[in-house]
Design a protein around this ligand. Structure first.
Ligand SMILES: [Zn+2]
Length: 115
């Protein structure tokens, strides 16, 4: 699981890379042919919800910290928004990779042809 989430490797063989671009997944694992996209848009929703959760919590955390430290100022809000966006950019690949691992674990991804 850690290998898939943090090194972005195929959950089945642990060798093939998940990503072919910054955020785009391979359709199939280049090593073992695992169907990485799954069926019926399995990828959509989950990573976005997780991503916004991580991002929102970071933004709130940053806001709470800055507010506690400096009191309210307009820049505190902006800094929190920036922190949330940065968190989203930094974690999105990991979230998507983790989601792929989870889909594989629950049997949503397989080696066979797509139905
Ligand atoms: Zn593979």
């Amino acid at each position: 699981m850690l290998r898939t989430t943090f090194r972005h490797r195929c959950p089945a063989c642990g060798e093939g890379p998940l990503f072919r671009g910054r955020y785009a997944l391979h359709q199939r694992c280049p090593e073992c042919g695992l169907d990485l996209e799954g069926q019926h848009g399995a990828h959509y929703g989950g990573p976005i919800i997780l991503g916004y959760t991580v991002s929102g919590l970071t933004g709130l955390g940053a806001f709470g910290l800055l507010f506690w430290r400096f009191g309210y100022a307009p820049w505190v809000t902006w800094a929190s928004v920036v922190a949330a966006v940065i968190a989203l950019l930094l974690t999105f690949r990991h979230i998507k990779a983790h989601w792929t691992w989870w889909l594989y674990t629950v049997g949503e991804l397989g080696h066979g042809p797509r139905a």
